[in-house]
Ligand binder design. Structure first.
Ligand SMILES: *Cc1c(COP(=O)(O)O)cnc(C)c1O
Length: 395
């Protein structure tokens, strides 16, 4: 007997207010339905060139080596580390959450001698802490740091850190998975040597590609390696030839994912980087006013506008609230990770998900659910506070 065919796909419509993926505009989904063509077809090569030009605009860089790597944000992390690090190289990694921790793991696997600089989860790094680490490890080749730590909502300032790293003769590697297209990021202005991102956070594209950019100095390091890059698949010296003039086949590019990224980047550029940042900030201020009116307090001292991490109040069951948000309101928010497991909610307002409608919806839903669960709260206060925030900004 043959087993019956599973039913047709029928994923529900959700409002994605977690740590990614974010809501994907239909323009982007429709782009993915365009005809699949060959990865060396001149029409596809044009798409690659345009994606690269758009990525340069959004990263704010002139870097020649700017590509979209196959795989999710973590593939961008591995690409940067694997290409810059040779066995025995020293690397400082700043750890204040899940993604800094992941970077130490990747660096170790690439053979780096890893020196960890730690800050408490939810905090950011002060330049002093890094200056000390650099003085203690003068042979440091690369310093890795997360710009937007999605596990805690912490927003790391980078200008002063970059100056210290370059004064010490090291390269600056920045995780911009959650920041690209949401908060200010200036790869050339801040002298970032290697930077990676992902498609499903503030670019509002499905997960599947990792934008990566290398400064000329970082690309020189790749070209002058003594050993081969430990990962064949992520070796930028070969990938650069596929993206460059010679178009040498390396891997089959994820054609339709590139269409999606192309359209998502067009949307970012149409809106404009500054307008987009202002929108993220406005909706964050309103959400924050509403959450605080519900009695919820923020975890990080410097919060990202696009990822709002708050403490779950005592006596409130984290899992029940998230389950009801999803089942009754169709809204997804994120749970806490690591030390914040069961103790934090992470509400993303990323890319297309950052709208007044979503701010209102999640505040109303949270108030309803928390009220039902008996949490002491002032009914109506959250939406009123959010409304005031929008009115203040409009003046
Ligand atoms: C999501 C995220 C990653 C990992 O990206 P994946 O797409 O899940 O592989 C890395 N760093 C940060 C800061 C992230 O938010």
């Amino acid at each position: 007997m043959t087993s019956p065919t599973p039913p047709p796909l029928d994923p529900p419509h959700r409002v994605l207010l977690g740590p990614g993926p974010s809501d994907v505009p239909s323009r982007v989904l429709l782009a993915m339905a365009a005809p699949t063509i060959g990865h060396l077809d001149p029409a596809y090569l044009r798409v690659m060139d345009d994606v690269r030009a758009l990525l340069r605009q959004v990263f704010r860089t002139e870097n020649e080596l700017t590509v979209a790597m196959p795989g999710t944000g973590s593939s961008g992390m591995e690409t940067c580390v694997a290409n810059l690090i040779e066995p025995g190289d020293e690397m400082i990694v700043c750890v204040n959450g899940v993604f800094g921790t992941r970077m130490t793991d990747v660096a170790g696997r690439c053979g780096a001698r890893v020196h960890v600089v730690e800050a408490p989860w939810g905090e950011t790094f002060e330049p002093d802490a890094l200056a000390k680490a650099l003085a203690g490890h003068p042979k440091t080749k690369v310093v890795g740091i997360v710009h937007a730590e999605t596990s805690t909502g912490a927003h790391q300032p980078l200008v002063e850190i970059s100056r210290l790293v370059h004064d010490a003769g090291a390269l600056l590697l920045v995780d911009a998975v959650t920041s690209l297209g949401g908060v200010e990021l200036d790869v050339d202005g801040w002298r970032i040597d290697a930077c990676y991102s992902g498609t499903q956070k503030c670019l509002s594209c499905p997960p599947g590609l990792a934008p990566v950019t290398f400064s000329p100095a970082a690309f020189d390091v790749v070209r002058n390696r003594e050993t081969k890059v430990q990962s064949w698949y992520l070796d930028l010296s070969m990938i650069a030839q596929y993206w460059g003039e010679s178009r040498v086949y390396h891997h089959t590019a994820p054609i339709n994912m590139s269409y999606a990224l192309y359209e998502a980047l067009r949307i970012v550029v149409e809106e404009g980087l500054e307008a987009r940042q202002a929108r993220h900030l406005l909706n964050h201020r309103a959400l924050r006013a509403g959450l605080e009116a519900l009695g919820l307090s923020y975890i990080p001292s410097r919060s990202l506008p696009n990822l709002n991490a708050v403490h779950v109040p005592d006596g409130v069951d984290d899992a029940i609230v998230r389950k009801r948000l999803l089942q009754e309101h169709g809204i997804e928010i994120g749970a806490g990770l690591g030390p914040f497991k069961g103790k934090a909610w992470r509400i993303g307002l990323m890319g297309a998900s950052s709208t007044r409608r979503n701010v209102t919806a999640v505040l109303a839903a949270l108030e309803t659910i928390m009220g039902d669960l008996g949490a002491p709260l002032d009914r109506g206060a959250a939406l009123a506070a959010a409304g005031r925030a929008y009115r203040t900004e409009a003046q």
